[in-house]
Design a protein around this ligand. Structure first.
Ligand code: BG6
Length: 470
């Protein structure tokens, strides 16, 4: 550790490595524009990339990006953003690039370096920053994926920690910047009614679905090196599990939340091949950049156990996929049915017991399903949802929220070293030792083998448009 870092001091410059890349174009520039509009981005922004680009060309890219996001509703703010920008072109392996960056930073001495670059370059850039003396008092924001297995995550952590202090490393998982996901933490611990039932005595299973009705969108080469398990499950879905499963933090402060989340991953049973069903949509092998005999999964379903006092024996089912029937993300916490079959509709009661549903996207909602009696002589009823929360306006996009926090030095919504490694330790055993991917039809809910995975305890709840639920 060769620098000390105070996480409360705001950064005085933002450096974006990979400023000509896809992520910058799709997500980062629109987020920066919104931040300028709200007055929370006033520091210089230095873009870095390999190509030789004029400042005018960079300005054009930013304008295109913001326009494509459909948002040029404040021309002054856009001009202010452009005036904050400068550009440094150069190879990340060339020390000259970092010298040029140092010059571009001028008097700024507490930069936040954002690595929006391919993961293979993370270590090179971190080392380059260290060698050039650009890490002192600085922080580094690292995009996902952080490692591609346990060993590479550990190696990357070692390199990052040899240059930056842990509280100066901001590992991004953009799911943590989503309001609906922050609400899981709030909802669990700002209410007391949940706690008595939030355990193996009342919860029969938990399922999380994150589905997309589109394919890999031209990211064949990336996807071939990742697959669904690495791309969204080990990070986004695991983060949701941690928030749902964690113990109450013992004090008010994000360090306590980070510790409790890490403990969840540490208590997860390492996966075995039979806990995982992988699928591949028919047509994937014809996508650009994809091997004609690829076995990479575009769908993945898991059964996970958390061997803690609270969750012992409760199966957690996680599923995600591309080219599925609908785009949505949802959690369903299924409660155990009543112990006695007192009414004529007991079969229906058992078929779908009460549940708590967190809708994460495309809209945000919390719903609690309970049965109520139908009018009439019979003691039979239907399950209805108590609808607790719906869309709220004014939410910042995840990238806005996370970049603003990173610039301010607030690490609450980022991932700590121990958590990242513990999450990799869970999936590590099945990264290489696994069953073949099953083909599924685009527009379906994935391969039927995924239904068999859950069949002993439940069945998949396929997210439906919210208007059909109420
Ligand atoms: C990204 C993955 O991290 O998350 C993508 O690389 C995926 O493959 C995306 O589509 C999903 O994020 P969101 O916010 O659209 O649910």
């Amino acid at each position: 550790m060769n620098n000390t870092h105070s996480r409360t001091i705001p950064a005085d410059a933002l450096v974006i490595f990979g400023v000509t890349g896809d992520l910058a174009h799709k997500m980062i520039f629109p987020a920066l524009y919104e931040m300028v509009k709200r007055g929370v981005l006033t520091v210089p922004v230095v873009g870095v990339a390999a190509s030789q680009l004029s400042l005018a060309q960079l300005h054009q890219r930013v304008e295109d990006s913001v326009a494509q996001a459909g948002k040029v509703d404040d021309r002054d703010a856009l001009n202010r953003l452009l005036s904050l920008l400068c550009y440094v072109g150069g190879d990340y392996n060339d020390p000259g690039t970092f010298i040029a960056l140092k010059q571009a930073l001028g008097t700024a001495c507490r930069p936040a370096h954002y690595l929006a670059i391919p993961p293979a370059l993370f270590a090179t850039v971190i080392k380059g920053l260290g060698t050039a003396g650009l890490a002192e008092q600085a922080r580094v924001i690292v995009e996902k994926p952080f490692g591609r297995d346990l060993a590479s995550a550990q190696a990357l952590n070692r390199i990052a920690l040899s240059v930056f202090a842990e509280d100066a490393i901001f590992r991004i998982d953009h799911y943590l910047g989503k309001e609906a996901i922050m609400n899981i933490l709030y909802f669990r611990f700002a209410n007391s009614f949940l706690e008595p039932i939030w355990n193996r005595n009342y919860v029969s299973s938990v399922q999380i679905t994150q589905s997309e009705d589109f394919g890999i969108k031209g990211r064949g080469a990336f996807y071939e090196s990742a697959g669904c398990l690495r791309d969204v499950i080990q990070n986004h879905l695991f983060q949701i599990v941690a928030l749902l499963a964690m113990e109450p933090p013992s004090y008010q402060g994000f360090g306590a939340v980070h510790s409790e989340k890490a403990k969840v991953f540490q208590a997860m049973r390492p996966l075995q091949p039979d806990d995982v069903v992988r699928g591949q949509y028919s047509g994937y092998r014809q996508e650009a950049g994809v091997a004609p005999d690829s076995d990479v999964e575009t769908f993945c379903a898991l059964r996970v156990f958390i061997d803690s006092w609270r969750w012992q024996g409760v199966p957690w089912y996680l599923r995600s996929g591309k080219c599925l029937e609908a785009s949505a993300a949802e959690v369903l916490v299924e409660l155990k049915p009543p112990p006695q079959k007192l009414f004529d509709d007991a079969a229906a009661v058992n078929e779908r017991a009460n549940y708590l549903r967190f809708r994460i996207s495309p809209n945000s909602a919390v719903a609690l399903a309970a049965r109520v009696k139908r009018a009439g002589k019979e003691f039979t009823g239907d399950q209805h949802e108590l609808y607790l929360l719906d869309e709220q306006t004014g939410a910042e996009s995840p990238y806005e929220r996370l970049l603003e926090d990173a610039l301010a030095g607030d690490g609450a919504l980022f991932i700590r070293e121990d958590a990242v490694e513990a999450a990799w330790a869970v999936v590590d055993p099945v990264l290489n030792s696994r069953h073949q991917a099953h083909l599924y039809q685009p527009g379906s809910w994935g391969p039927k083998e995924a239904d068999a995975l859950i069949a002993a305890d439940s069945r998949w709840h396929n997210p439906v448009p919210e208007k059909d639920m109420k």
